[in-house]
Ligand binder design. Structure first.
Ligand code: SAM
Length: 214
């Protein structure tokens, strides 16, 4: 690593810590996964800024500190099977893959799924499976999941996703109208039902039903 790259990484991790990402497993995962390859074209030079950036298909790669806060709120354990809804660039799935046993990630844009698969292969991230589909139905073939992370905002937590969460499982997702500030919420499935807590205001693109054209 060049001095410049090392300095950039230190700054990146420092920013995450100052914005509340303190969980060691999350920071280690984000130290290992370089955000650079997940940002392309004219925005490539801004990959290490703590900001969301445009990606193909009119979507966005999330802000790194939000990726960190969502990952730490999910409290992923080594043996966990995780579902991510909203592959986008693949960055969040790559971060999760450093902590979880297996990650399934699903996006309604075939092109984003193809591009993410190429990156996962190039980075040797063999515990990620990227699927083209409507994630609002979850992934019944692989359910139940220990953890579910949704990276697009729904008005309410989708019923199929709640149903695919194991007892003791955790789901983290943005909830609210797409054109306003939403709330990041955490849902835990207990023996007796579901516990909800509200974590922070966030802003995500909407969770859209059905498959996209490209
Ligand atoms: N996690 C991504 C990353 O690390 O780059 C960022 C995700 S981006 C903010 C939201 C993604 O959710 C978009 O790629 C969009 O296509 C996807 N999406 C929206 N509705 C969906 C649905 N019903 N099923 C699957 N993906 C969906």
């Amino acid at each position: 690593m060049t001095d410049e790259a090392a300095e950039r990484k230190m700054q990146f991790l420092y920013t995450l810590r100052t914005r509340g990402v303190t969980d060691k497993a999350t920071l280690t995962a984000m130290e290992k996964i370089d955000r650079g390859p997940f940002v392309r074209g004219i925005f490539a030079g801004r990959a290490y800024e703590d900001t969301p950036l445009p990606i193909d298909c009119g979507q966005t790669i999330s802000q790194p500190s939000i990726v960190g806060l969502m990952t730490q709120a999910l409290d992923v354990q080594r043996r966990d099977k995780v579902l991510e809804v909203g592959t986008g660039s693949g960055y969040q799935a790559a971060v999760l893959s450093q902590i979880a046993r297996r990650v399934y990630t699903i996006d309604r844009h075939a092109r984003l799924v193809q591009e993410a698969r190429k990156l996962f292969e190039a980075m040797n991230l063999s515990n990620i499976t990227a699927i083209h589909g409507d994630g609002s139905h979850g992934l019944p073939d692989q359910a139940p999941f220990d953890r579910i992370l949704v990276t697009a905002a729904a008005e309410d937590p989708p019923g199929p996703l709640l149903a695919q969460l194991k007892i003791g499982g955790i789901m983290v997702l943005p909830v609210g109208q797409s054109d306003t500030v939403q709330s990041l919420i955490r849902v835990r499935r207990t023996e007796t039902g579901l516990d909800y807590d509200e974590l922070s205001p966030v802003r995500f693109v909407p969770l859209v039903g059905g498959l996209a054209r490209e």
